[in-house]
Design a protein around this ligand. Structure first.
Ligand SMILES: [Zn+2]
Ligand SMILES: [Zn+2]
Length: 127
């Protein structure tokens, strides 16, 4: 079942990503919320919501849930490493918010690289 993750769990990690984005000359984007165990649209329902991948970011400007990051897994460790740093998965999804509507194209790859995860960009090249 989808439920919102306690913002205390990810606030510092998201702030770290926002600082990296700003250092790279980008405008930091607020994260509206992080849903675990399903999509934000399914919070409060017995459904998991629609998923094509293990995680997704609502990054269409007209999406009423713009800024939400949804993760199928339920472990907070998917989002934040044991030392409190943003996980590669969180950086991957946050890059989608920085580069809305560009899939895994060049704008997204530049964004995830600026967040310190060039391996993510490399893994998605051509996909
Ligand atoms: Zn979702
Ligand atoms: Zn992606």
């Amino acid at each position: 079942m989808a439920e919102p993750l306690d913002p205390d769990v990810y606030r510092a990690a998201v702030a770290a990503l926002g600082m990296k984005a700003a250092a790279a000359g980008r405008r930091a984007v607020p994260v509206s919320g992080i849903s675990v165990g399903g999509c934000a649209e399914a919070i409060g329902t017995p459904r998991r919501g629609a998923f094509r991948r293990r995680a997704q970011a609502h990054n269409h400007p007209r999406d009423p849930r713009f800024g939400w990051i949804c993760i199928l897994g339920t472990r907070a460790g998917r989002v934040v490493t044991p030392t409190g740093r943003p996980s590669a998965l969180l950086a991957h999804e946050y890059a989608h918010l920085l580069a809305p509507n560009s899939g895994h194209g060049q704008r997204w790859r530049a964004a995830v690289t600026a967040l310190g995860h060039p391996a993510e960009a490399k893994a998605r090249r051509g996909r």
